[in-house]
Each structure stands twice: as structure tokens, then as C-alpha cells.
Write a protein that binds this ligand. Structure first.
Ligand code: FAD
Length: 372
């Protein structure tokens, strides 16, 4: 396999990389999809998706009905001490609760079914950009070569430096942590619900809790100093239990969890997402919504645009010129979605709890990337 030249080597088999692999394989391109992890990944890893994800998953021809079976239409916004709440209205479904491992596994399985070669279980340590090819070198010293590379290795990947691309410095860092647990049998059958606790500090930090018929989860997104994030996470887990919003107190699990830094909407601050024979997509390219720290749909969306650009580039002689169009194409389509709402959320906060149209607009901003 190491001697074969692929049309595209895709580094990272998360939602971005696996989606790109499916779309290019569907166009009969020879694709190697690489990940240090092995699939299927196991265990619950709860997440939410917006409604725009359904047509995108349909284009990838995965089992949309199965993956998106946990719809939610009930959302509650709370203030930081739970003394106020508001329920935004949505036209039907607000979004979906998904098991991330189930989603990622389904995408990788589909990529394989479409003809992509899955190279999993060994990490890439180095990328070499040649004149007309790109090589990914594994930790076991084997390598794989392609005409172009899609870098989809997730947030904070050091491999960006290997392709001469850096994150912009001005985006805000969000400290994120998540705990999930199976729903206890005693909780009985229930509709999927989602709550967002707003205004945890003056910087816009928020927490989110989700209850599907199978699991519960709490996520914190903290815009302040790292030192403040864990105490806030533990407190919110305790409060959600005390307020009877979750059946379990997940603070012990939270204390054992690791916080990670997410460069929210960093894509907007980056000069370019195109290196020599390389496109950067998903979290690696900072494609994360500033309003909600949502990244799965933006990762898949950036992959969809990149796959179209890459296919076009491989069909013509001056492929680097064609690759460069990725920079304008994603900005035209995605920039508004990724940008922070152009209103100070802190100023809006009291209105959300006193004015239904304002709660509805906050719901649309949070779950559909619309501006307030
Ligand atoms: C706590 C938390 C909760 C979140 N919850 C949500 C949510 O509910 N909804 C939502 O939309 N977004 C959520 N996000 C964001 C979302 O998880 C990411 O935006 C999304 O996973 C990005 O997809 P990706 O494919 O770009 O990267 P990833 O999913 O990170 O995939 C990157 C892949 O690259 C592989 N890789 C990395 N380096 C190497 C290497 N050197 N060699 C080989 N393989 C490598 C990794 O193993 C990984 O599989 C959350 C983020 C966090 C931190």
C-alpha cells in the first residue's frame, strides 16, 4: 500500500475527514482515510446536531433515520442561578441528540463502503509536501502518498505547521469539558430535552445539558481563564441535579474529566486554509461556531466544500490555483454561520427571559447559526 499513489490522503477520520472521504470516493477518486484511532470507537459520547445536518448526511448516504432518531424540539434557557427560564419556539425540530461514536463509526463505515482505504491505528508524525505529491509518514516509519492532502486532524493539531498554516491569534479560546452517563432506569422513558444555562460569567460562558431516552450529558463552554472553568463545571453539574433537571449528579465524573481548548470561529482569523497541495478542514481549520461552540456540522460542511474544490482541482492542470478557491468558497458560504452574533449577549440576557421573540431569536442563533 505504501507505494500506491492516492488521489487524496485525508488525515483524520472524524466528521470532517470521513465526510470528505465519502464525497471524493463517491466521485471515484482513490482515497486513503487515515486515523491514529481504531474503529468502531466505543462508549457513549453525547453530542447535538442542528437540523441542517440531515440533508448533508443524506448526501453522504448514511442511515439518516437511525442516526438522527433522537430529535428534540424542547429547549430551555436558564439564567445562571436558575431563577429565570425561557423556552424558545422552533418550527418543528430544533435539532438532534446523537451518540458521537455512533456517528463517527457510521461515517467511517460508509467511507469504506464507498471504496476509501482506511488506514487506522497508527498516528501520522510528519507530513512532507513534494512538488506534485504529499506524503504522510506514520510513527512506525511507513508512509502513504497522494496527489493532495486534506488535513482534518482536529483542534490544536501540530501538523498544521507541517503544511505552513497557522491559526489566527485573535479568536477567543473556549475551555470545554463534557461528561455523559447512561440514563438510569429509574428515570423512565422521556422525550429528548436540551437546556442551556446562560451568563455563567460576564464573558458569555454557558453550559448545556442534554437528556435523550438513553443518556444524559453536561457540557461547559468557558470563555474566561482556565482556572475558573473546572469549579464552574462542578457547580453546574451539582445545580442541575439539585434543580431536578438531571437525574444524576455528574460532578464526580466532571472532576475526573479533562478540559480542552477550542478555538471558536478561528477560521475567520486565518489567512488561508490552502497549503501546497493541501486543504485544511474541520476543527483543524477552526471551523467552529462562535455562538454555540458547535463544530460537527461546520466540520462536515467545510469537508463538503473542500471535496468539491479538490475534485475540480484534480481534473485540471493548474490544480494549486483551483485549490486556492477553497478560501473564497468557504467564506462565502460559511462565514456568517461561524461569526459571533453581532450583539453583546450580556446585554441581551435579561431580555431573553422577559421577551418571547428575543428568546426565539436566541434559539435560532444558538441552534441554527442565525444572527440575533
Ligand atoms: C467537550 C466538547 C463537546 C462538544 N460537543 C459538541 C456537540 O455536541 N455538537 C457539535 O456540533 N460539536 C461539539 N463539539 C465540537 C466537535 O466535537 C468538533 O468540532 C468536531 O469533532 C470536529 O470534527 P473534526 O473531524 O474536524 O475533528 P475530530 O472529530 O477531532 O477528528 C480528528 C481525528 O483526527 C485524528 N488524528 C489527530 N491527529 C492525528 C495524527 N497525528 N495521526 C492520525 N490521526 C490523527 C483523531 O484521532 C481524530 O479521530 C464539542 C467539542 C468538545 C471539546
Amino acid at each position: 500500500m505504501a507505494d500506491d499513489l492516492y488521489d487524496a490522503i485525508i488525515l483524520g477520520a472524524g466528521p470532517a475527514g470521513a465526510s470528505a472521504a465519502i464525497l471524493l470516493s463517491q466521485k471515484d477518486r482513490r482515497v486513503a482515510l487515515i486515523d491514529g484511532a481504531t474503529f468502531p470507537r466505543k462508549g457513549i459520547n453525547a453530542g447535538w446536531l442542528n437540523t441542517r445536518t440531515a440533508p448533508l448526511l443524506a448526501e453522504l448516504a448514511v442511515d439518516v433515520k437511525k442516526l438522527l432518531k433522537h430529535t428534540f424540539s424542547e429547549v430551555t434557557f436558564h439564567n445562571e442561578d436558575f431563577s429565570k427560564s425561557a423556552k424558545p419556539k422552533f418550527d418543528g425540530t430544533a435539532g438532534y441528540l446523537v451518540d458521537r461514536n455512533e456517528l463517527d463509526n457510521a461515517l467511517v463505515k460508509r467511507a469504506k463502503a464507498c471504496g476509501a482505504t482506511i488506514l487506522s491505528g497508527t498516528k501520522v508524525r510528519e507530513i512532507q509536501l513534494g512538488e506534485s505529491t504529499v506524503s504522510a509518514c506514520f510513527e512506525d516509519d511507513t508512509q502513504v502518498e497522494g496527489r493532495l492532502l486534506m488535513l482534518a486532524a482536529g483542534r490544536a493539531t501540530a501538523l498544521l505547521n507541517h503544511v505552513g498554516i497557522t491559526h489566527g491569534g485573535s479568536g477567543s479560546i473556549i475551555w470545554s469539558g463534557q461528561v455523559d452517563a447512561p440514563l438510569p432506569k429509574s428515570a423512565g422513558k422521556r422525550e429528548s430535552t436540551v437546556g442551556v444555562v446562560l451568563g455563567l460569567d460576564r464573558k458569555g460562558s454557558f453550559a448545556m445539558y442534554c437528556l435523550s431516552s438513553k443518556w444524559t450529558s453536561v457540557t461547559i463552554n468557558w470563555y474566561g481563564e482556565r482556572s475558573g472553568a473546572m469549579p464552574a463545571f462542578l457547580q453546574i453539574c451539582r445545580s442541575l441535579y439539585e434543580q431536578n433537571l438531571l437525574p444524576d449528579n455528574l460532578s464526580a465524573q466532571a472532576a475526573a474529566s479533562t478540559l480542552v481548548s477550542c478555538p471558536a470561529s478561528a477560521a475567520l482569523d486565518m489567512d488561508s486554509h490552502v497549503g501546497k497541495n493541501t486543504l485544511v478542514i474541520g476543527d483543524a481549520g477552526g471551523f467552529v461556531s462562535a455562538a454555540s461552540n458547535e463544530g460537527i456540522y461546520p466540520a462536515m460542511w467545510s469537508a463538503q466544500i473542500a471535496a468539491g474544490v479538490a475534485h475540480e482541482a484534480m481534473s485540471i492542470d493548474h490544480s494549486q490555483d483551483a485549490l486556492m478557491t477553497f478560501n473564497t468558497q468557504w467564506r462565502l458560504q460559511m462565514a456568517d454561520y461561524l461569526r459571533s452574533p453581532n450583539t453583546d449577549a450580556q446585554f441581551l440576557l435579561p431580555l431573553i427571559f422577559s421577551n418571547q421573540p428575543m428568546a426565539d431569536r436566541m434559539g435560532a442563533a444558538f441552534f441554527s447559526g442565525e444572527n440575533i
